[in-house]
Design a protein around this ligand. Structure first.
Ligand code: NAD
Length: 311
C-alpha cells in the first residue's frame, strides 16, 4: 500500500510555538511535518510525541525530525520559530540582536534548499525578522511574510467579546503595523455585531480593550516566568500555513515588505493581505483615520530604528 503524498511543512525551531503548530498540522492531516532544531534530540522527541498523538487521531501526516538543513527541500511552507523567547521584563526589541543573527543563518539554508517555498516568519521581533529573511534569501516579497496579526487580533477579539458580553464571532478587527506594544489598533475597523465598535462600546471600554490587547503577551510572560505564549502563536502559524496549502485566499493581517502601500517602502509592517498557494495574492489597503495613519508612521520610524540595532 502506498501512503498518500501530503504537502510538506518544515518548522525551524521545535520549541513551544513550533511544536504547537506542528501538533495542529499533524492532527488535522494538513501536511507532513519536518521539525528542525539546533537541539536534535528535542526535535526528535517532539516528532515522536506529535507523530504518536497524530496516530491517535488517525492522521495521515508523518512527523519527522530533520537531521540536516538539506531536508528543507520541497517544502511547501517553511515556518521560522527558532530563537529565544522573551523573558519577563525583556522587550521584543531586545531580542533583535540574538534572533536577528539566528534568522540570518537560517535564511542562508532556506535560500539554498527551500528554493520554491513560501516562508512564514514567527520569531520576534517579528517584523524585523521578516525583513531579514526577505533580504537574506532575496525571495520575492510575495513569498516571505510574518505571522502576528492573528495573535494580536485574536487577543483583541477575546477582550472585546468579554466587554460586549458576546462571543468572538461577533467581533471584527484589524491590528496593523509592528507586532510590538505600539501596534496600531485601527479602532475605525472594529465591529461588534453589525455595529461600529464606537457605537456598541464606550470610549473607556475601547481603551481598556486596546490596553489589554497590547499587554496580553507581557501578561502571559510574567505569569509563565520562563517563556512566552505559544498556543495562540502556534495556532496562527498553523492557520496561515493552511491558507497557503489550501490556496484559500483568506485575508489576514500579516507583516509584509511594503513597496509604496500606505506611502511606505523598505519596511515590513502588518497590513491586511490575501494569502494562497503562491504566498501573498493581494495587499488590501484599508481605509484608516488620520490618527491611525500617524501611529502607523510612528511604527515605520520605530522599525527603521530597529534595523540600526542590527549593525
Ligand atoms: P522556545 O525557546 O520554546 O523555542 C525556540 C526554539 O528555537 C528552541 O527549541 C531552540 O533550540 C531553537 N533554536 C534556536 N536557535 C536555533 C537555530 N539556529 N536553528 C534551529 N533552532 C534553533 O521559544 P518559543 O516560545 O517557541 O518562541 C519562538 C519564537 O517565536 C520566539 O522568537 C518568540 O519571541 C516568537 N513568538 C512570536 C509570536 C508572534 O506572534 N509572532 C508570538 C509568540 C512568540
Amino acid at each position: 500500500m502506498v501512503a498518500e503524498k501530503l504537502p510538506k511543512i518544515s518548522i525551524i525551531g521545535a520549541g513551544n510555538v513550533g511544536s504547537s503548530c506542528a501538533f495542529l498540522a499533524a492532527l488535522n492531516s494538513l501536511a507532513d511535518v519536518f521539525l528542525f532544531d539546533k537541539f536534535q534530540d528535542l526535535a526528535q522527541a517532539k516528532a515522536l510525541d506529535i507523530g504518536q498523538a497524530a496516530a491517535a487521531f488517525n492522521s495521515k501526516s508523518k512527523v519527522v525530525a530533520a537531521s540536516s538543513m538539506d531536508e528543507l527541500k520541497n517544502s511547501n511552507v517553511v515556518i521560522i520559530t527558532a530563537g529565544i523567547a522573551r523573558k519577563p521584563g525583556m522587550s521584543r526589541a531586545e531580542l533583535v540582536k540574538t534572533n536577528g543573527k539566528i534568522a540570518q543563518e537560517i535564511s542562508a539554508d532556506i535560500k539554498k534548499f527551500a528554493t520554491d517555498s513560501i516562508v512564514l516568519a514567527v520569531s520576534n521581533p517579528l517584523d524585523l525578522i521578516t525583513w531579514i529573511v526577505l533580504k537574506e534569501t532575496g525571495f520575492d516579497r510575495k513569498r516571505v511574510f510574518g505571522m502576528a496579526g492573528i495573535v494580536d487580533n485574536s487577543r483583541l477579539r477575546y477582550f472585546a467579546a468579554q466587554k460586549a458580553n458576546t462571543d468572538v464571532n461577533d467581533i471584527q478587527s484589524h491590528v496593523l503595523g509592528l507586532h510590538a506594544d505600539k501596534m496600531v489598533i485601527a479602532e475605525e475597523q472594529m465591529v461588534v455585531g453589525n455595529e461600529p465598535a464606537k457605537k456598541a462600546l464606550s470610549a473607556e471600554q475601547i481603551d481598556q480593550i486596546k490596553d489589554s490587547t497590547r499587554g496580553a503577551g507581557a501578561q502571559i510572560v510574567s505569569l509563565l516566568k520562563n517563556g512566552s505564549a505559544f498556543y495562540l502563536p502556534g495556532s496562527g502559524a498553523y492557520l496561515m500555513a493552511k491558507a497557503i496549502i489550501e490556496d484559500t485566499g483568506q485575508a489576514f493581517d500579516t507583516s509584509v515588505f511594503l513597496e509604496g502601500e500606505y506611502g511606505f517602502s523598505d519596511v515590513c509592517l502588518g497590513v491586511s493581505a490575501r494569502i494562497g498557494r503562491d504566498g501573498i495574492k493581494e495587499i488590501i489597503e484599508l481605509s484608516i483615520t488620520k490618527e491611525s495613519y500617524v501611529e502607523l508612521r510612528e511604527n515605520e520610524r520605530q522599525f527603521k530604528e530597529q534595523i540600526k540595532l542590527l549593525s
